[in-house]
Design a protein around this ligand. Structure first.
Ligand code: 3HC
Length: 283
């Protein structure tokens, strides 16, 4: 099944990136938000990102105009009725995502593939809200979507091979390198990143090393582009905490239990880059 028209639920940080890369690759895109203000904000951010791409020589003005011409914004989910694929990129709340999938199941054509950009929640729980769990999978993009080359597909025990194949082709069509995980909290990326990040936080919490030395050890010793504390600030400490909680809930493995320091920082509203302060100051 060839994917032509793409729907994206949510025009936030991830949804707008998914809409941008899909339109850049030639797909018609409908992207939805819950109100006009958030939709306008997201569409403006897509415009800004495409302007950056032009500025950095990654696109021409014509590419930008063509991509923008393919993106339609809406605050009505009914506008997904002729989409071949809809990617849900709403907030990381399972009950909300389950409702979105139940709605999409009623709105979208029978052949449409339904995907979630969730970074750790149960794709199967979402799939079971539809009459076609074989056409449901995870499509986990990485922030910022126009720059990060990876796309993590998440196959549930009910995802059909045809669905996986169509999603793989779509991922390649938008310029991503695709890898596939099973449907368990954290999938591959966060199943490995989160314990790594939590161990770095535990070292800091124990006064074993400074935040700068912890990050430098990884950047200069292991040649990572950024250290675990910097990356946690980038991902968001609230997101890091949420994913750790979800993984601990599922596996009851102490490696995934969020350290008290992380919980305190999130409680204090220190979410990292997005709030201006995390392990480092970004003001
Ligand atoms: N469109 C296309 N290309 C763009 C672009 C855009 N809007 N903006 C920037 N680029 C390109 C630039 O041209 C540059 O390419 P080049 O090196 O070939 O010229 C490249 O992207 C990097 O751009 P910059 O060097 O200007 O940007 P930075 O130095 O600030 O690096 C970054 C940007 C590579 C994204 C860096 O901030 C980074 O590595 N961040 C961490 C990314 C990451 O790890 N994300 C994963 C988070 S985990 C996640 O999302 C999963 C979830 O489950 C939590």
């Amino acid at each position: 099944m060839e994917i032509k028209k793409v729907g994206v639920v949510g025009c936030g940080l991830m949804g707008r990136g998914i809409a941008e890369v899909s339109a850049r690759a030639g797909h018609d895109v409908v992207v939805s938000e819950i109100n006009q203000e958030l939709l306008d904000k997201g569409l403006a951010a897509i415009n800004a990102s495409l302007t950056t791409a032009v500025g950095r020589g990654k696109a021409t003005e014509a590419d930008k105009a063509a991509a923008l011409g393919r993106i339609k914004g809406t605050i009505e989910t009914g506008n997904f009725k002729d989409c071949d694929l809809v990617v849900e990129a709403a907030v990381e709340n399972l009950e909300l995502k389950k409702k979105v999938f139940a709605d999409l199941d009623k709105i979208c054509p029978e052949h449409a593939i339904l995907a979630s950009n969730s970074s750790c929640l149960s794709i199967l729980d979402m799939a079971m809200m539809t009459k076609k769990p074989d056409k449901v999978l995870g499509m986990h993009f990485f922030n910022p979507v126009p720059v990060m080359r990876g796309l993590e597909l998440v196959k549930t025990i009910l995802t059909s091979d045809e669905t996986l194949k169509a999603a793989d082709s779509f991922g390649k069509s938008i310029g991503k390198t695709v890898f596939t995980a099973q449907d368990a909290p954290g999938f591959i990326t966060n199943r490995l990143f989160i314990p790594f990040a939590l161990d770095a936080i535990r070292l800091l919490e124990a006064g074993f090393a400074t935040k700068e030395d912890i990050d430098q050890a990884i950047v200069l010793g292991l040649n990572h582009p950024m250290g675990p504390l910097t990356l946690s600030d980038y991902v968001g400490l609230d997101t890091t905490y949420f994913i750790a909680e979800a993984m601990y809930e599922e596996f009851k493995d102490p490696r995934y239990a969020p350290p008290p320091l992380l919980k305190k920082m999130v409680t204090a509203g220190q979410f990292g880059r997005k709030s201006g302060k995390g392990f480092y100051d970004y003001k």
